[in-house]
Write a protein of this length. Structure first.
Length: 364
């Protein structure tokens, strides 16, 4: 049985990107429980790169990832509007203050400029923050890119390899899957998304209270159809977001419903709330709800991601808690995490980042 330098649990965007980065310097085993990588959060993303998404402490990761995503053709410019009503003026101004010094490109807009950008906008929506750099992400393309890169660099990807038992033998991890396969690795990396805490417990590691939260998305056919270049529209109060997608609308009620790790499914109440909130913003007619789906976004208690070695258990590392921003930050996150795990110097992409913000030892 081969001893790998690293075994990564989870082959979604997190695990695939980290495997590709590590494999230039080490032997890597990438284990995926499902029939194909990216079945859960990665395959259900609403797919945008938005500089302010996740808060000021996530902005550096997003900005550091931007050039990689653009240079490899994974971004298509869209722009984003955080919209509000008159009663939201203080919230819009506060948003500008909060992100002013982060490096994000943002601009305050009033009603006239806002109405030019959103078809059928109702009159009570009077102000916005404009973020011109926001772009759609080719999520499937980015994930496939990292899987191809991992394969080319010698990563051993195993699907249908749900881990059932983990034990530590001296300085080696012994992993057993439900189908009877066994694996060995010097370092075990937890990139299991919603299953990060259960995996930690299985390995005898203190969990970090990573909470999966369900997010619902619906696809609407509307009349008139949306303009193809309409921006991503987000409520400054966090009640919805929507954007055009292939002459349809992708809409979310911005729900964050606590969930056990599972194959997430949308609830009818969340779908109804999304539609009600959308109709309060624009005056178009909803002709059909064509699709609905849900995914789990997993957060640490402080809503920052977790990268690096566990402070208590030798040979166990975290690459988890990446919330709703894990795809847009994937290039910089994977590069930084690989440097931390390998003991390498940071490069031009990761030099602006503060790894202490994301270290597992911040939880004591």
């Amino acid at each position: 049985m081969m001893l790998h330098d690293f075994a990564i649990i989870g082959a979604g965007m997190a695990g695939a990107s980290l495997a590709a980065e590590l494999a230039d310097h080490a032997s890597v085993l990438l284990l995926e429980a499902e029939d194909a990588p990216g079945y859960h959060a990665t395959g259900r993303s609403a797919a945008f790169w938005e500089e302010c998404y996740g808060g000021p402490e996530i902005v550096p990761l997003t900005l550091a990832s931007g050039d990689y995503l653009r240079d490899h053709g994974f971004l298509e410019q869209r722009g984003a509007l955080y919209v509000g009503r008159e009663r939201d003026r203080a919230a819009l101004d506060g948003f500008m203050d909060r992100f002013r010094d982060t490096g994000a490109t943002i601009e305050r807009l009033e009603r006239a400029a806002l109405a030019e950008r959103i078809q059928g906008l109702r009159e009570e929506w009077t102000g916005a923050v404009w973020e011109p750099a926001c772009a759609d992400i080719d999520v499937a393309g980015l994930h496939a890119h990292y899987l191809r890169l991992a394969k080319a660099r010698g990563v051993d990807l195993r699907i249908r390899a749900r881990i059932a038992h983990i034990e530590r033998d001296a300085d080696t991890w012994l992993l057993s899957s439900e189908n009877g396969e066994q694996f060995r690795a010097a370092t075990l990396v937890n990139a299991a998304g919603a299953w990060a805490d259960p995996l930690a417990r299985m390995a005898g590691v203190r969990p970090l209270n990573i909470q999966p939260l369900r997010r619902t998305v619906v696809q609407l056919r509307v009349d008139p159809p949306p303009q193809a270049d309409q921006p991503l529209v987000l409520d400054i109060a966090g009640q919805f977001y929507f954007k055009p997608e292939s002459a349809r609308i992708w809409l979310s009620p911005h729900d964050e419903t606590p969930s056990e790790p599972c194959d997430a499914a949308p609830e009818e109440l969340a779908v109804a709330e999304a539609i009600d909130r959308f109709q309060r913003v624009v005056g178009c007619k909803i002709e059909a709800v064509e699709r609905r789906w849900a995914g789990l976004r997993s957060f640490a208690p402080d809503r920052r991601p977790i990268y690096g070695y566990d402070p208590q258990v030798e040979g166990f590392a975290w690459f988890a808690g990446q919330g709703g921003f894990g795809i847009q930050t994937a290039p910089a996150a994977a590069r930084l995490a690989s440097q931390l795990l390998l003991g390498l110097e940071r490069d031009a992409m990761t030099a602006p980042l503060d790894p202490g913000l994301y270290a597992p030892d911040r939880f004591g």
